[in-house]
Write a protein that binds this ligand. Sequence first.
Ligand code: FAD
Length: 363
Amino acid sequence: MRLVIVGNGPGGVELARRLAGKFDVTIVEKENLPHYSKPMLSHYIAGFIPEERLFPHSIDWYVEKGINLLLGTEAKLIDRFRKVLVTEEGEIPYDILVVATGARAREPPIKGKEHILTLRTLGDAKLIKERLEEEGEITILGGGFIALELAGNLAKAGYAVRVIHRGETLLGLDEETSGIIREKLEETGVKFHLGTGILSADEKGLSTDKGYIRGKLKVCAFGILPNRELAMKSGIHAGRGILVDEHLRTSAKDVYAIGDCAEVGGIIGGTAKAAVEQAKVLSKILEGCEERYDPSFRSAFFKFADFSVAIIGKTKGHGEWIDGNTKVFYDGDKLTGAAVLGDLRKAMRLEKSIKEGLSLDRS
Ligand code: FAD
């Protein structure tokens, strides 16, 4: 069976790793690099790790696993009727095709956006690193995990870091939990401008609804746009992302989608953890097991400078602290979510309890 995967991100690589040897696996990737870690890009920009450390697998790893890796090859169209993937380099026949094209960074829809960089690829990271070393300071737009990882690491490395965020809280959390994370990052040296909307940008800074903020190097880190174009051009249904059901099937026969490009139950995963989880579920489905992906449960673990944060399940509604660093959220007596700050030792256990819908006394 020929399995062709478009995209060499964590979703595509995890699927290939699990099915290598069982399927005849080909990965088609438009970048000319083996898989690299996006979560480590801010560590690289900060100068904490060399470029080589971003690559968990060498080219030899793919060869040893028997994975046919086609780098520098952009997929242009899925010909669903002939079951071939059309690329710049020619056609590749498939029995099963998996779209794992990920997402790109959202750009701010404002005048002067050409003065603002985005961060998604190693190329973006190299450009930011070079500019940062010249300027010594950076303005980061956004209050999500990518913005905070970048802010934390760059402040820890001694750069002057400003974060501008339209919302009043970080990571979509409640005021109290967000406040703790903000304070930890402020201790590292990050300056926050919350509740601040940006109006336009120029070379020297940003106009905001709270006044002009100076800073030549500006990086937008708020949100992603799923890469759904390949699927749409091929007549496959898409909403915000490529629409898939709980079996990760698209509207086309034998074509699946996973990771940041896929929309499951109205939700875009948006994390490497979700992409890997979907790859795991899909590998079982393709091996013939009865498996489903449940999009309603999400969790993610992050590190902002030296401060770890786990966000598990639903973190909205009624919450209470069960100890100094864990706030749990309920629906009736059922645990629905938790935010764990600092010490994450109990986060894995809580994740399991919340996933299984246990009540507090059983967790
Ligand atoms: P991607 O990693 O986006 O990979 C998709 C691949 O498909 C790309 O290599 C792309 O070049 C290729 N591609 C696209 N279109 C085509 C085409 N037509 N033909 C061929 N190839 C194509 N997640 C976490 O869980 N924890 C974190 O701490 C974390 N930190 C992050 C920090 C940063 C700076 C960034 C940018 C992201 C971070 N993420 C984190 C998010 C995580 O990296 C993504 O959710 C994850 O990479 C998604 O994996 P994916 O396989 O779906 O797609």
